[in-house]
Design a protein around this ligand. Structure first.
Ligand SMILES: [Zn+2]
Ligand SMILES: [Zn+2]
Length: 911
């Protein structure tokens, strides 16, 4: 090779090679696995094909090639610790793969891999090794088949075909299910790539150094694991391969680090532009550069897939990697936001192949900047506080910081666990991770957020998979399971296949019992894409029984279950039944669903393309729509959005659904939504003329035929759903009518109370407010006048205690300011030898004031002391200056006794 191929060329060569061998190119699935609550992020190429291997999903092709976006920072696969320390680990990376679903097998997979590596990419065959499976436990047959095929490859040295055991060369998806031997291709890069050269170490394939690199793993799925000891051959055998993209690029570009490939150069240059480091200086201190490049890339891809920084789950991970990158920036003396610059370079390097980066460019840059600013505000106090805790830990001789303390640090200063741990490790200390997670889960449960991960697909999945198998045997259920058409089958007839409850089949059931009903076909919508499930009834065709359906669920692939209560009769298996959706309720749901699409379009018009949907709930009586937006909408924006939606309703646009390939829909600009699972064939919803679409989304929900059917659309509230995410609650149709009717009734009631016409309610209310304010002022004035009068009467009749004029009295309803004025009045009358104490009770609070003339202060009588003495008796505290002090209290009934004691206190002081 005269010129090094670029990373983009290498990726394309891989795809083209397999497309030439009749593979279908399948775009990368989102980093957020659709419809899989058990997984936080897509962590392998396998994820989007899992259901195909399990036999519960079918694709229109049997050979596929892809480059899958993968993130490994959470759960079982977590490479975060390694990232930055070495040259080969990433949080985010691309996985190249070719796939056979019951099509070709070992012969083709191995010879194509060999051809691509040695002929297309011209890697020397003598430096390549292949590993095959030989069971170290002696139970599973040795994969001689693969070994023999490897030895036949032109240029492969037979001694380079090696055998390894279960750990290296046997792949299992889970404790049961598809599994099989794998075969890896390793490369000897030569002594100069050995990071342990000269030191004693295990140098070889699967050894300890960087000289031998694993390039490509071919998994041959040929067994189904029934239990710990039993493997059953699969009727259809599959191939699943994975090649770390960055690694093969580093080999083909002849560099000794994944971070030295061309795709990272722009990102590293953008950091160097800020630090002023030369390349040599950067390589000498490569760790922070690697972390920043890696994390900025991961964050950019995450945000493009709809995951913005936040406090929980996926959003927490996004926040954590941005903050971690920012902290490594401080090690390079970068203290202002800089990650957007790095992300720009990433978008430039990856945008052609991953257009979602270009589409979300503004959102990515904006979120990075704002997250860095947020972090900068708290990081200093957070790290200072952490350092205090670490110092205390060292003094006590302990090694690990309490996880709860680390959580407090996160909750108070936004210092993520991973960063606290980085800092601790830099000082040879640890942070207890389990304790942190526990504290976080407790906090989340207490704040009503639920656990980070949802429950798995249902504990009775196995039960229903068994029923499905049984029913498919004699054809009562089709090969794809329950037929499902929520768009057309609002009422559908068929035999009742099974009745169950609590994971058991039922022979009979009584009225009021909760039952689960399995039919061969159904039109009941099962909750997905934010739209709630349908309700309705299932009744015998002969009218002899009826079950009211309140819930729908999908316990296992191909199985849809209606959950409800028996109303009357005795249903039994085999009865002919009619499943009827509650049509009125469904119609309300359709109105709301179509309105969410109109709202999404209106938000884009008013707030811009960045206002991307982040979640929704479509119910019959209202809907909720979450979207990315950094700040509260103004009342004008809310009004504008509401108006635009109502205009689109009035325009009476047609709503049409068309199924097409996902690639085509996306390239036509259809909006794909966050967290949704899309197959290769997707349903698209167009609102308006297909030539001039008003809205175009991928959506499996149920919709109106024309927008005018929405009726009226009203926004009930606009609020915050999470950091950077706003929430609109709205109503349509009947819901809007009910809201208007309810509000109108209240308005009429208010008009009645105010004795005004409905139109004049605001002026009338304002007028009454003004009158009330004036009256309050007047009352306060009168109270004050009255108090003054009472006070001056008392003033003339002041007690005389050993030559001191003492006034101690209670006056009702005064404020502090008036008390101060009374003190002045007292001083005018008695410039010397005077003590004045006034207690008042107003708005549930006792206030006590004491004033003392200067000459008495010299004799040791201080207003502050006097108030303190009184306040204690009144159930509170107080104090102040020697000449004037205020105190409080709660017990108004103790005022007389306290005041009566003043003269005794004064006498005591005068002795
Ligand atoms: Zn070595
Ligand atoms: Zn939709």
């Amino acid at each position: 090779m005269t010129q090094k191929p670029t990373g983009a060329e290498i990726r394309q060569t891989f795809i083209d090679f397999f497309v030439e061998h009749k593979h279908t190119f399948v775009p990368s699935a989102s980093l957020v696995p659709g419809g899989d609550a058990t997984l936080l992020f897509t962590n392998a190429g396998m994820v989007q094909f899992k259901d195909v291997f399990l036999g519960t999903d079918k694709r229109p092709y049997t050979r596929a090639v892809d480059s899958q976006k993968v993130l490994r920072v959470a759960g079982k696969h977590n490479d975060l610790d390694e990232v930055g320390r070495d040259d080969s680990h990433h949080t985010f990376f691309e996985m190249l793969g070719n796939w056979s679903f019951g099509d070709y097998y070992k012969q083709e997979a191995i010879s194509w891999a060999w051809q691509l590596l040695t002929q297309v990419w011209s890697l020397p065959g003598e430096s390549l090794y292949a590993t095959c499976f030989k069971d170290d436990k002696g139970n599973i047959p040795t994969d001689d088949e693969a070994a023999d095929i490897w030895k036949q490859q032109p240029g492969m040295q037979p001694v380079h075909v090696l055998f390894f055991g279960r750990k290296e060369n046997f792949w299992e998806m889970a404790e049961t299910g598809p599994c099989g031997p794998c075969s890896e291709i390793h490369m000897d890069r030569g002594e100069e790539f050995d990071n342990l050269r000269g030191k004693p170490h295990r140098c070889g394939v699967n050894g300890e150094c960087t000289r031998y690199l694993e390039l490509w793993n071919n998994v041959f799925i040929q067994y189904n694991r029934i239990d710990k000891d039993t493997l059953e051959p699969l009727p259809a055998k599959h191939v699943d391969t994975g090649m770390g993209f960055e690694r093969i690029v580093s080999v083909l570009q002849g560099v000794d680090s994944n971070y030295k490939i061309d795709l990272f150069q722009g990102a590293l240059d953008s950091v160097r532009a800020l630090t002023g480091d030369s390349p040599e200086k950067m390589f000498a201190n490569f760790t922070p550069y690697r972390v920043i490049a890696d994390h900025a890339r991961a964050a950019a891809f995450l945000i493009a897939d709809g995951v913005v920084p936040g406090n929980v789950g996926r959003n927490y991970v996004c926040r954590m990697i941005i903050r971690r990158a920012a902290r490594f920036g401080t090690k390079l003396d970068l203290h202002d936001p800089f990650l957007a610059n790095v992300a720009e370079a990433i978008i430039l390097a990856y945008g052609d192949f991953y257009p979602e980066l270009v589409k979300s460019r503004e959102v990515i840059l904006d979120n990075l900047r704002r997250e860095e600013v947020r972090f900068a505000r708290t990081v200093e106090s957070g790290t200072a506080y952490l350092q205090g805790m670490l110092d205390a830990l060292k003094q006590s001789g302990q090694k690990s910081l309490d996880g709860r303390k680390a959580f407090d640090l996160y909750a108070t200063y936004g210092l993520p666990f991973e960063i606290a741990r980085d800092i601790a490790r830099e000082q040879d200390l640890e942070v207890d991770e389990a304790g942190f997670r526990t504290a976080m889960d407790e906090h989340r449960l207490a704040s009503g957020g639920g656990k980070a991960m949802g429950r798995m697909g249902g504990e009775d999945a196995g039960f229903y998979a068994g029923i499905r198998k049984e029913l498919q045997k004699d054809g009562r259920l089709g090969k794809d399971g329950v037929e499902y058409n929520p768009y057309e089958w609002l009422q559908v007839e068929g035999p009742l296949l099974a009745l169950a409850a609590d994971g058991q089949l039922l022979n009979e059931t009584g009225a009021g019992d909760r039952v689960e009903v399995l039919l061969a076909k159904t039109g009941f919508y099962v909750e997905s894409g934010g739209q709630v499930s349908d309700t309705g009834t299932i009744r015998a065709s002969d009218g002899s029984w009826e079950i009211e359906i309140t819930e729908m669920r999908k316990p296992s692939a191909g199985v849809i279950v209606h959950v409800g209560e028996l109303v009357f009769g005795h249903p039994k298996t085999g009865d002919l039944a009619i499943a009827a959706v509650d049509v009125a309720r469904r119609h309300d749901i359709r109105r709301n669903h179509t309105a969410t699409h109109l709202l999404h379009a209106a938000l884009h018009q008013v707030l811009g393309q960045k206002a991307v949907q982040a979640g929704s709930l479509v119910a019959p009586d209202h809907f909720r729509f979450d979207f990315n937006h950094p700040e509260a909408m103004t009342p004008e924006q809310v009004e504008q959005v509401e108006k635009l939606v109502n205009e689109a309703v009035a325009a009476d646009y047609a709503v049409t659904s068309v199924s097409k390939s996902r690639q085509q829909a996306i390239s036509e600009g259809a909006m794909a939504l966050f967290g949704e699972k899309y197959g290769d064939v997707v349903r698209t919803i167009t609102i308006g003329d297909p030539q001039h679409r008003h809205s175009y989304e991928l959506c499996g929900g149920t919709h109106l035929e024309r927008t005018s059917d929405v009726g009226a659309f009203l926004i009930v509230s606009e609020s915050s759903a999470a950091a950077g995410v706003r929430r609109i609650e709205a109503v349509t149709g009947r819901g809007a009518y009910e809201l208007v009717a309810r509000r109108f009734k209240l308005l009429k009631q208010a008009a009645g109370v105010l004795k005004s016409a409905v139109e004049e309610v605001p002026q009338k209310a304002e007028q009454i407010q003004e009158e009330l304010a004036a009256t309050r002022k007047q009352v306060a004035g009168l109270k004050k006048d009255l108090a003054m009068k009472l006070f001056s009467t008392q003033l003339s009749a002041a007690d005389n205690i050993k030559g001191v004029h003492l006034v101690a009295m209670e006056l009702p309803g005064l404020d502090k300011e008036t008390l101060g004025q009374l003190a002045d009045t007292f001083r005018e009358k008695y410039p010397d030898h005077g003590i004045c104490v006034i207690a008042t009770f107003s708005a549930g609070q006792v206030i006590v004031m004491a004033a003392v003339t200067q000459d008495l202060i010299k004799q040791g009588i201080k207003a502050g002391d006097l108030v303190g003495h009184l306040s204690r008796q009144l159930g509170a505290g107080g104090g102040g200056a020697p000449h004037l002090a205020f105190g409080g209290g709660r017990d108004a009934e103790k005022i007389p006794a306290a005041l009566a004691g003043v003269s005794v206190w004064v006498e005591g002081k005068l002795k």
